[in-house]
Design a protein around this ligand. Structure first.
Ligand code: NI
Length: 139
C-alpha cells in the first residue's frame, strides 16, 4: 500500500458549502473519500482520452425487435468480437422494445468503434456506452 500524505487546500467558503451539500446527498462519510473519488475520476477520464488504453464498458441499446434483421445483425457483430465481449443480457421491455446490455473489455478505440456500429444500425433507438478503465492504474 502506498504511503498516505495529508494535504491542506484553500477553498472559497461558498464552494466548499456546495461541495459538502453534494457529497452529503451522495452519502459520503467524509470529504477525504469524496476528494479521492474525484481525483480517481479525473485520472480515469485522462487515461480514457488515449484510444489505446485498456478499458471495460457496458453498451446499452434500446431497439425495436421488429426491425428487419436487427437482432441477427447485433448477434453477428457480437460473434465477430467474441474476444472482447464478456457477456450480454437481453430484456424484453414491452411488445416492441428490447434492451440489450453488452459488457466488453478492450482498447478504448475498439469499444467505441463497436458501440458506434451497433448504435448506428437501423432500428436501434438509443445507444450509449459507459466506458471506464480497468482501475489497474488507480490506487
Ligand atoms: Ni426482446
Amino acid at each position: 500500500m502506498s504511503k498516505i500524505e495529508r494535504v491542506g487546500v484553500s477553498l472559497d467558503r461558498e464552494l466548499l458549502g456546495q461541495f459538502d451539500a453534494l457529497i452529503e446527498k451522495q452519502g459520503y462519510a467524509n470529504r477525504s473519500e469524496a476528494v479521492r473519488d474525484l481525483i480517481r475520476s479525473r485520472l480515469d477520464q485522462e487515461q480514457l482520452a488515449d484510444p489505446e488504453t485498456d478499458a471495460v464498458a457496458g453498451i446499452f441499446l434500446v431497439y425495436d425487435h421488429h426491425a428487419a434483421n436487427l437482432s441477427a445483425k447485433l448477434t453477428d457483430l457480437q460473434h465477430n468480437h467474441l474476444l472482447h465481449i464478456i457477456t450480454s443480457t437481453h430484456v424484453h421491455l414491452d411488445h416492441h422494445n428490447c434492451l440489450e446490455i453488452i459488457i466488453l473489455k478492450g482498447k478504448v478505440r475498439e469499444i467505441q468503434a463497436l458501440a458506434d456500429r451497433m448504435t448506428s444500425l437501423k432500428g436501434v433507438k438509443l445507444g450509449r456506452a459507459n466506458i471506464m478503465t480497468t482501475g489497474k492504474e488507480l490506487t
